[in-house]
Design a binder for this molecule. Structure first.
Ligand code: SF4
Ligand code: SF4
Length: 321
């Protein structure tokens, strides 16, 4: 089995949501999909989407048994806002919201972050289905409606077989499977396989204005993905402790330094390493050290293959399909 993977550089993501819109307009504009964001970008530290999804006790336990967490409610995702457009078009009213004011939605805590001025901090975390090597969604489906393709490891829901039991939604610790009430089935990111079969990268990757996303097979030694994940070991998965072996990897964020009480720059990182270890596991320490030393090398005029890859001079080189 081959595995296609994506690496997202969190130091280059500017939180513009172009990837979100590229996906939304391509795949999830249909009925019952209003609240679906197969790709979304969250501000971290933050509660994410659906709200507090990381605390929903899903994935695999220590005995490698799949855990079915609670089903998130529509309020946890945030319902699409409704407006009285008909009355407005008929000249009967000004435009007003017709439903209760939502208390959560995708991007609700955008740019909030943590810490007090001048030591506040945040970074952006784009998220999509990880097309996991050990997918909890697949393990939890009693209908065997979820499969992983041999040729590229893409995880797909077979809509013919799905009966809408939603065990996959409960089991996925990243909450990247969605229930479509209009068809009573679950749907999820398909890693843009029709585009891939046409030789094109995923819409989120191709449209990324930050050139933050690299795509390639993990066994392809000519791909940036291989270089970043296997060779330089600077691309690491989100919440490896969930046990699903994700295939979306992240270049962890550099931290600006903290100001001390005298207002001087200290050598303490502003983003606590404890927080980064919670998100990315302990391999984040070495990944950041490697990135830092290669960046310093480059800033003194020496060559750095790693920095050249991450700068991504030619976007076509970011994709090895
Ligand atoms: Fe399944 Fe969730 Fe992994 Fe995607 S991220 S393959 S939906 S367990
Ligand atoms: Fe980040 Fe790229 Fe998405 Fe913009 S398009 S939010 S830079 S990943």
């Amino acid at each position: 089995m081959r595995q296609l993977a994506m690496v997202i550089d969190l130091n280059k993501c500017i939180g513009c949501q172009t990837c979100t819109m590229a996906c939304k307009t391509q795949w999830t504009i249909g009925k019952g999909r209003d609240y679906m964001y197969w790709n979304n970008v969250e501000t971290m530290p933050g509660k994410g989407y659906p709200k507090d999804y990381m605390d929903m006790d899903a994935g695999f336990d220590k005995n490698k048994e799949v855990r079915l967490g609670p089903l998130p409610s529509l309020k946890d995702y945030g319902k699409a806002w409704e407006f009285n457009y008909r009355e407005f078009m008929e000249g009967k009213d000004k435009v007003v919201r017709t439903e209760e004011v939502p208390a959560w939605g995708p991007g609700w805590d955008e740019d909030v972050g943590k810490g007090d001025f001048p030591n506040n901090y945040y970074f952006y975390l784009p998220r999509l289905c990880n097309h996991c090597t050990n997918p909890a969604c697949l393990a939890a489906c009693p209908r065997k409606a979820i499969r992983k393709r041999e040729e590229d490891g893409i995880v797909l829901v077979d809509l013919e077989k799905c009966r809408g039991y939603r065990n996959c939604v409960r089991a996925c610790p990243y909450k990247k499977v969605y229930f479509n009430p209009a068809i009573n089935k679950t749907e999820k990111c398909i890693f843009c396989f029709p585009r891939l079969e046409d030789g094109k990268p995923q819409a989120c990757a191709r449209q990324c204005v930050g050139r933050a996303r690299h795509v390639g097979y993990l066994d392809d030694k000519n791909s940036h993905v291989y270089d970043l994940v296997k060779k330089w070991k600077v691309a690491i998965p989100l919440r490896p402790d969930f046990g699903t072996l994700p295939n979306v990897y992240y270049i962890p964020p550099f931290s600006p330094p903290e100001f001390n009480e005298n207002g001087q720059v200290s050598d303490k990182p502003r983003i606590p390493m404890k927080y980064l270890r919670e998100l990315f596991g302990t391999t984040v320490d070495n990944a950041l050290k490697t990135l830092q030393s290669e960046m310093e090398k480059r800033s003194t005029g020496s060559k750095s293959e790693l920095m050249d890859i991450l700068i991504a001079y030619k976007y076509k080189e970011m994709f090895s399909l």
